[in-house]
Each structure stands twice: as structure tokens, then as C-alpha cells.
Design a protein around this ligand. Sequence first.
Ligand code: MLT
Length: 215
Amino acid sequence: MTKPATGLSFIHRFEPGGDRDIPPLLLLHGTGGDENDLINLGRMVAPEASLLSPRGKVLEGGMPRFFRRLAEGIFDEDDVKRRANELADFVQEARSAYGLTAPIALGFSNGANIAAATLLLRPEALAGAVLIRAMVPLSQPPVADLAGKPVLILSGSMDSMVSADNAGQLATQLGNAGAQVQHRTLPAGHGLSQADVAIAREFLAHAAGAIVSAA
Ligand code: MLT
């Protein structure tokens, strides 16, 4: 395990990748996870990318999250905004500390929701995103410019937490802001499936290539 740089504003892990030209992945765990949770997933979907993995700072019954919620699926939107800005600031710090280009977020559940909020509030922080089981994080999204940013939303047709309508609304919001959105719905529940891994891997190979050749 690589020793993380000191003085950064989130507890995190950083794993350098074999190819420093491709965008790093910003790994954002779900409720109750931590900075170790998605490292293996990150390696599976982007074997050569550097991995930056912060731990959410909000505790719900001792479980780390990236923002406060009032109930399942009901968010404290002021906190969403504050925490998305905090996360974007951390990305900037980590880019300077580790010499990174803008990362592609790979978020699961609560991590996907903070990634979506960060895209909308601080578009410059992310080069793109893979949002697994994401929902709309902000009821009144700001006007954002996500021109050309690749975004993959992976929803589950049997997800009891995220309705098809809600996931579709997120895809529309991001698409209206100019992102190149692919929205796939898999025969899965809220949990991660093998199909998520395979589709995310293929998407990231294309997205990373497009970002490198546009740079
Ligand atoms: C959230 O709070 O972000 C969503 O309800 C997903 C979850 O973390 O359970």
C-alpha cells in the first residue's frame, strides 16, 4: 500500500497506476464503506489507472458517508452542496500532491450521489463519471457546463432504493448540462453485479482514450 501524502483534507488511499497518462479514478464508496472498499473494483475496471480513494466524513450511526441524509433517499441538500464543494477542493489538493490530471469518478450508491452533485456543482473537478445505482442529489440543480464529459449511469431494474424515474431524471439533468450520458439498466438490485464491472471497464477504456486524445 502506498503511503498517502500528509496534510490533505480527507483520509484517503492513493495507489499510483502503471500509466500516468490516463485519467486517475476517484473512488467513492457507499454508506458504511471506507477508502479501502473500492480499490479492488478500481483495479478491475481500470487496471492501469492511478486510484484516489477518500473516506466520507459524515458519520451515520458510525457509518461513513459523503453527505448527511434525513432518511433513506431524502437528502440534506445544504449538506450535499457543502460536501460536494469540500470533495472538489480535496480533488484539487490531491492533484497537486500526486501530480494528477482531473479524475473520472467511480461512485457506488452514496458515492455515486456525491459524484453526481460534484459534477453539477463543480464540473471542473471531474473529467467524467461512472455512477452505480445513483439518484438525483439536488432537486434544483444549478446550471452546469458538462460539455462532452463522459458519464455512465448503471441502474438496477430491481433496485428498491432508486426508482427508474429518479435515475432517468438524473440522466436527463446531466445530459441537459452537456454530458455525454450513457444510461444502462441491469437486471440487478441496489448491489453491485458482475455486469456492472464488465460495462464500467469497457466504458472507461473508451472514455480514458477519448480524454487522452483530446488533451
Ligand atoms: C444515499 O443516501 O446517498 C442513498 O440513499 C444511497 C445510500 O447511501 O444508501
